[in-house]
Design a protein around this ligand. Structure first.
Ligand code: PEP
Ligand code: MG
Length: 588
């Protein structure tokens, strides 16, 4: 059977996009187009009627949005459902509404024209923003604008679909995604949008495969066409040949079998054949993933990327809001543990500064930015402490590069503890504080750094970037981003050994832990705790259960002596073959 690579290389009828939500679907395309509303700029004489129409249209829009908000809350977690709450707030914004009404009175133009013009002004500002997040939010506002105008014109939109179809659309607003999902949509394909678009985020939480950012699906695909959506690799194949269909039917069948088999492993431990237990923890990006963590069989959350809240909300939540978010997570995961990483802002993550740094990855990022902004840091530390009453919360510092940063951070944590004590607020006085080792300076000094804290977690995503001097998001140099480079694995070995010398636990939470090829090597290097995306946990467990720790140690020792990434990878592939262990990518 051909591989995915070969299938895609030889397929002319493919459209490439961004893999936004995993899964393979073969089905019928449904082109979801919204009739473009014609906006009249007519003069009006009856101001009273115009104002009345406006009030009615806004009331109707609110009613519709409230309904969508209710469905969203049922299907998703609160934080994500809050997109709709934010839309409702725009409808309640007195400044915007007064401006619209006063313009209708002064200009005597149809309310739909004024609504369009006024809201478009907001949007243009957002679209000009450098941030992907703001651009995406401009789309949410488009939804509100269209909704009010449609209601002013007393028209209806259909979001009902008769049977199971794959929805193809230029764009999907969060409301479209939610409403369409009620009609058993098989998958979503959009021309626009990235992984952070709400259509993508919602698809992931509803478990509906999606490929976004395809540029031209709506022009290439016709209504009713048979198509294949591959949410793993981010491709859409239209009008597939029999050979292509057979390939994907087979892959889908294997995927379903595998999921069933993995499901059975859920309550089993991740133990090697010779009895070494590996703790598998989950990385959580958005709080909605917590349910997936629970069903994945993870033994806790090894990394909660708290900065994702900022991406979702677009602003800093206050102490109380943060406490609610962290407390919900810690109680849901209880009695297991959650490691909350304090905001890792900067680099390619949430933009905080209003100017561009020449080298953001080498700039004010992670703990550096927090120490420069102690008020913000303290708010978060206090919220984390307040959510720790069940004693299952740990705190982790990102991007640490000097001992001074650790000591300064500990001082701030101590101050927060004192404050809470004097305010008679309960928290876990023995809360563990750890660091990410993801910068070469911290790797070199791992023994001294780890002595200062309670635990260490290796962040290979950044460690590889900084060791190899290669931007983790730049395609031009992706060949040099080598997780299996002997440089990287020797550094991992150094960090693990040095941290063990200071008798502190060490884990790894970069994407490398989710790479099934790396699994035996990481175990062999001596790690007994790994944190990865929840969906990879069952796959990892499967590999660990078919591995021998002794053999993995030998594999690691052998790999450490090699001189190139190719050699290391070939050696590990060989290990898999010799020991007859199958990896996921080979299966699906
Ligand atoms: C890492 O750098 O490996 C890591 C886990 O953190 P992030 O990907 O959030 O930078
Ligand atoms: Mg990192």
């Amino acid at each position: 059977m051909k591989s995915f690579k070969e299938i895609y290389r030889t397929s002319e009828n493919k459209i490439a996009g961004i893999a936004a939500a995993p899964g393979i679907i073969i089905g019928e395309a449904y082109l979801y187009t919204k009739e473009k509303l014609q906006i009249s700029k007519a003069d009006i004489d009856d101001i009273g009627k115009a104002k009345n129409d406006l009030t009615e249209a806004i009331a109707k829009s609110k009613k519709e949005l409230n309904k969508i908000f209710a469905v969203a809350r049922e299907k998703m977690d609160e934080v994500r459902a809050a997109i709709f709450e934010a839309q409702l707030m725009i409808l309640d914004d007195p400044i915007l509404l007064n401006e619209i009404i006063s313009r209708v009175e002064q200009e005597r133009k149809s309310p739909e024209y004024i609504v369009d013009d006024e809201i478009s002004k907001y949007q243009s500002k957002m679209i000009l923003s450098h941030e992907a997040y703001m651009k995406e939010r401009a789309l949410d506002i488009e939804d509100i604008k269209q909704r009010i105008i449609r209601n002013l014109q007393k028209r209806r939109w259909e979001s009902k679909i008769e049977h199971n179809v794959i929805v193809i659309s230029e764009n999907l607003t969060p409301a479209d995604t939610i409403l369409l999902s009620r009609n058993k949509v098989l998958a979503f394909v959009t021309d626009h949008g990235g992984v952070t678009s709400h259509a993508a985020i919602i698809s992931r939480s509803l478990n509906i495969p999606a490929v976004v950012g395809t540029h031209n699906s709506t022009t290439q695909i016709k209504d009713g066409d048979e198509i294949i959506v591959d949410g793993f690799y981010g491709y859409v194949i239209y009008k597939p040949s029999q050979e292509q269909k057979d390939f994907f039917i087979e892959k889908r069948k294997r995927l379903l079998d595998l999921q069933k088999e993995l499901e059975e492993l859920k309550d089993e431990k991740a133990v090697t054949k010779d009895g070494r237990e590996i703790k598998l923890l989950a990385n959580v990006d958005v709080s909605g993933e917590i349910e997936m963590v629970i069903t994945s069989g993870a033994s806790g959350i090894g990394l909660y990327r708290s900065e994702q809240i900022l991406n979702e909300l677009g602003e800093f939540p206050n102490e109380e809001e943060q406490t609610t978010i962290y407390s919900k997570l810690s109680s849901r995961i209880y009695p297991d543990q959650i490691t909350i990483r304090v905001f890792d802002i900067g680099g390619d993550k949430f933009r905080f500064l209003d100017f561009e740094e020449p080298n953001p990855f080498l700039g004010l990022r992670g703990i550096r930015l927090l120490l420069e902004n102690p008020a913000m840091f303290k708010t978060q530390v206090r919220a984390i402490l307040k959510s720790s009453t069940n004693k299952n919360v740990k705190m982790m510092l990102p991007m640490v590069s000097t001992l001074r940063e650790i000591r300064e951070s500990k001082k701030i944590i101590e101050t927060c503890k004192k404050e809470l004590k004097s305010e008679k607020i309960k928290f876990d006085e023995d809360i563990e504080v750890g660091i990410m080792i993801e910068v070469p300076s911290a790797a070199v000094m791992a023994r001294d750094f780890s002595k200062e804290v309670d635990f260490v977690s290796i962040g290979t995503n950044d460690l590889v970037q900084y060791l190899m001097a290669v931007d983790r998001g730049n395609d031009l140099v992706s060949e040099l981003y080598q997780e299996f480079s002997p440089v990287v694995i020797n550094t991992l070995k150094h960090i693990i050994d040095e941290t063990k010398k200071s008798k502190k636990p060490v884990s790894l939470c970069g994407e490398m832990a989710a790479d099934t090829l790396a699994m035996p090597l990481l175990i062999g290097l001596g790690l007994d705790s790994l944190s990865m995306s929840p969906s990879t946990i069952p796959y990892a467990k499967r590999i660990i259960r078919s591995c021998d720790y002794k053999k993995a140690k030998r594999l690691a020792a052998q790999s450490l002596k090699l001189q190139s990434e190719e050699e290391v990878k070939a050696t590990i592939e060989d290990f898999f073959n010799k020991n007859k262990i199958t990896r996921t990518r080979q299966i699906i």
